[in-house]
Design a protein around this ligand. Structure first.
Ligand code: CU
Length: 168
């Protein structure tokens, strides 16, 4: 809920820069202040054990659209925008993303920027450093109005850490 209130607060603030124009590098995040969420916690991408590249296209698709990580694994996502319009990658639970997408429809110029998301200009790439602390199924989506609804969404399976030694 905290994130939602924050998003609402930002929506009501005067628009200083349009949604997505201000790119934040994941390297600029203060990870000592990261707060846990139901889908994990921001983690320094320099210490990530794995880099996962995700491409975003104007066909409103993420490639890959399905990712599997281990519980406890710190991942650096590099989201490359291969299209000609702005896209973003936002991590969350399905419920979080659906709520957020609704808000984006009401406030299209809404500013939001948190460590679990990256807004990426055409031809550029953005990154997210994240540690998945809970097993389960989570999502990533592009919440630019209309994109999520058009299917710009992907699934992250977090396997329990006991499964660590299992052969793929
Ligand atoms: Cu998009």
């Amino acid at each position: 809920m905290r994130a939602l209130f924050l998003v609402l607060g930002l929506a009501l603030a005067p628009a200083v820069f349009a949604h997505g124009e201000k790119a934040r590098s994941a390297l600029a995040v203060d990870y000592s202040k990261a707060e846990p969420t139901p889908f994990g916690i921001a983690a320094d991408p320099r210490k990530a054990s794995r880099t996962i590249r995700v491409e975003m296209s104007d066909a409103m698709r993420f490639t890959p659209a399905e990712i599997t990580v281990r519980q406890g694994e710190a991942v650096r996502f590099v989201a490359a925008n291969k299209g000609k319009i702005l896209h973003e990658m936002v991590l969350g639970t399905r419920e979080d993303l659906e709520k957020h997408a609704e808000l984006m429809k009401k406030f299209p110029a809404m500013e939001h920027d948190e460590p679990h998301m990256t807004h990426v200009a055409p031809g550029k790439a953005g990154d997210i450093g994240w540690r998945f602390t809970e097993p389960g199924t989570f999502m990533y989506g592009c919440l630019i109005p209309g994109h999520f609804e058009a299917g710009m969404v992907g699934t992250i399976h977090v396997t329990p850490s006991q499964a660590k030694g299992r052969k793929p």
